[in-house]
Ligand binder design. Structure first.
Ligand code: RUQ
Ligand code: CUA
Length: 664
């Protein structure tokens, strides 16, 4: 209500007064009178407008809190998983405008990602067993951290389906590396970072024989395993260094979400799990499906990993090499206090370390509580070796009751938990379709807000850091029925922006996500990002330096060496040099093309008819493309970005002369 009155005040009175005083010319005055009249009319008719559009005061307030006028920028940026699209979404907050889709695990034509240029190599790194994979089930984006705070430098995402992790450089918002895990067949607990991004943590989901080997399902308990992978991140190079990475072998429980400790719990990692029953299905043989087999036990296990200890043991040579990865075997893990288990109520999900690092919150899909584990208690129990027993792999188990701070009665299907700056936690409640706000201090439920519908993950502004910002929470909903205009049986997902500044949560905005099922996202203060405006001249974004084949203006040329042709080409408004390529059928062509521009936003594209080559040449960028001119004919090439008035003229011909008949 306050906002509404304020609008009328500003639009109706202040604007009109100020404009009249400032102008003398009669025509101008008449014009301003008309405009001011319009404004006055608009303001006095806001109620009318609200009536016509069926808006309540709460709607107007939400609109005022989210509307970002043309030319103004957002305060926060969300990096969201693009789900099955294999990509990452960049979204502004509070406007919820989509700013970019970053190509990660799937080809993306606009960015020229994996269409003949340098990025082909990045996608090819993601092969598993020689198989190219051109999609991913992206789950959890995580920003790089320094001292537990997002530093705006890198983003890591996992591919749940094919056990891969990608590194995105936030200097140019481009994917630089994909590492394929050679040991496991799926990963879920990733890609989480420790507070200084020493490691990117990736934990397996469905157990399988390590090293992607074969073993019959009857050998499940003896041959199938889980894994926690610690990928060493080299900040200088901006790449994961597999040679410095290691893994911790885990029992074949289905490890799920993971999180790294922070502050007091730095050096530790936590993973929730389900199916500690080790059910393997067999529905056709009349056995229970995994679903029911896995829901027998009252308790599953929270995995507590002392990764600093694991690192020491690996350095001391206690690991074994499996497919080039140093793996700490289960026996070592069990004997040396690397892994400890604690009971977790009924098919847990979510595993979230509190901002101060003293607690770990786990939801229970089939339990109505969020359980808050207490790191100090866990540490004391481990140090005193006060175990309640061991599992069948010899892993020590801590007594549940003595390991927890308490439990919060949340409702049906609590999953993930995030935090604000005032000691509140927010848990997604899947079955109830609600966000539950509760107090970390006294574990009291404070409020529940309905969301639409089936909320999975939940995310808060800077929520995974040691100092969350509060302000916003985003509900990431699996279903959107009745929210948006119908677009056929496959519905978009629904991101709902929630204002958490007041005593009550306020739903502000619905944003449909129409290309995949984003699981998680993170939200960073926009001013922490410092992306490049243009590339330095001749930059190869995928090697991270000046390309040796970069072309300078005036040095364009075509060099033929027998059947191999090197073309050194420049692009500048609005022509390519050279613009005619005379080739012989069967020539191998190495095309080196540099965008010579250094003006912001002056991107050119490059495509050749039929060859499936499509490049995006941002200012300064250099690309290398190799192909065989196997088909004779005339192939126009042109710029695919409307870069200038004469953009359509930015074209040329590749002429491929047929081999002489009967010749070789
Ligand atoms: S998991 S909600 Cu990766 Cu909860 Cu999706
Ligand atoms: Cu360059 Cu269009």
């Amino acid at each position: 209500m306050r906002h509404y009155r304020w609008i009328i005040g500003v639009l109706g009175v202040a604007t009109a007064g100020a404009t009249f005083a400032a102008c003398t010319n009669q025509a101008e005055r008449a014009m301003h009178a008309q405009q001011a009249g319009g404004a006055l009319q608009a303001s006095s008719s806001i109620r009318e407008l609200m009536r016509q559009r069926g808006l309540r005061e709460a709607d107007v307030e939400a609109a005022l809190k989210t509307y970002v006028p043309s030319g103004k920028k957002d305060d926060y940026i969300i990096f969201a998983s693009g789900g099955q699209s294999g990509q990452v979404l960049v979204i502004g907050v509070p406007s919820m405008r989509l700013l970019k889709v970053i190509a990660v695990f799937a080809p993306e034509p606009w960015q020229g990602y994996a269409y003949g240029g340098e990025s082909d190599r990045v996608l090819a790194e993601g092969k598993q067993e020689g198989h190219s994979i051109t999609w991913a089930d992206v789950h959890h984006p995580n920003l790089s951290e320094s001292a537990g705070d997002y530093d705006g430098k890198y983003l890591f995402v996992n591919d749940n389906a094919n056990a891969r992790v990608a590194v995105i450089d936030l200097g140019d918002f481009a994917t630089k590396q994909i590492v394929a895990n050679p040991l496991v067949a799926s990963d879920h607990g990733g890609a989480f970072v420790d507070p200084n991004t020493r490691y990117v943590i990736e934990t397996s989901q469905y157990p399988s024989p390590l090293g992607r080997e074969y073993a019959p399902i009857s050998d499940y308990k003896t041959k199938y395993r889980g894994l926690a992978m610690f990928w060493r991140f080299d900040r200088e190079k901006g790449r994961i260094d597999p040679s410095q990475s290691f893994a911790v072998e885990l029992p074949p429980y289905t490890q799920d979400l993971a999180d790294a400790g922070k502050l007091v719990s730095d050096g530790w990692a936590f993973i929730n799990s389900f199916n500690t029953e080790m059910a393997v299905g067999g529905t056709l043989e009349g056995k229970p499906p995994i679903e029911s087999g896995a829901s027998q036990n009252e308790m599953d296990y929270l995995h507590v990993i002392n990764w600093k200890r694991a690192e020491e043991l690996v350095a001391a040579g206690r690991a074994q090499e499996v497919h080039g990865v140093r793996v700490l075997p289960l026996a070592v893990t069990a004997a040396e206090g690397v892994l400890t288990l604690i009971g977790e109520p009924k098919s847990p999900h979510g595993c979230d370390v509190t901002p101060d690092g003293t607690g770990v919150v786990v939801g229970g899909k089939l339990d109505t509580h969020a359980t808050v584990y207490d790191f100090a208690k866990i540490k004391a129990l481990i140090d005193g070796k006060r175990y309640e027993g061991k599992d069948e792999y010899g892993i020590p188990i801590l007594p549940f009751k003595d390991s927890i701070r308490g439990q919060v009665e949340i409702g049906l299907g609590p999953l993930h938990t995030v935090f604000d700056d005032r000691g509140n936690a927010y848990t997604s409640v899947f079955i109830e379709s609600k966000v539950a706000k509760w107090s970390l201090k006294d574990l009291k439920l404070l409020e529940k807000l309905p969301v639409h519908y089936n909320i999975g993950h939940i995310m808060a502004a800077e929520g995974d850091t040691v100092s969350p910002d509060g302000k916003y929470v985003v509900a990431m909903n699996k279903m959107s029925l009745d929210r948006f205009t119908s677009v056929g049986p496959l519905y978009p997902q629904n991101f709902q922006l929630i204002d958490v500044t007041g005593p009550k949560m306020r739903l502000l905005y619905d944003m449909p996500i129409g290309l995949g099922e984003p699981h998680y996202s993170q939200m960073i203060k926009a001013d922490k990002l410092h992306p490049l405006k243009v590339y330095p001249p001749g930059e190869n974004p995928y090697t991270g330096g000046h390309d040796p084949n970069a072309v300078e203006g005036g040095k364009e040329r075509i060099v033929r060496n027998g059947k191999v042709v090197d073309v050194y080409m420049s692009a500048v408004r609005s022509h390519f040099t050279p613009d005619r390529l005379e080739l012989e059928q069967g020539d191998t062509v190495h095309l080196h093309v540099t965008n010579l521009e250094q003006a912001e936003d002056q991107t050119h594209g490059f495509t050749i008819d039929m060859y499936n080559v499509n490049l995006s040449l941002e200012p300064g960028k250099h690309e290398n493309v190799t192909f065989t001119a196997d088909v004779p004919g005339v192939f126009p090439f042109y710029c695919t970005e409307f870069c200038s008035a004469l953009h359509l003229e930015m074209a040329g011909y590749m002429l491929v002369k047929p081999k002489a008949k009967g010749g070789s």
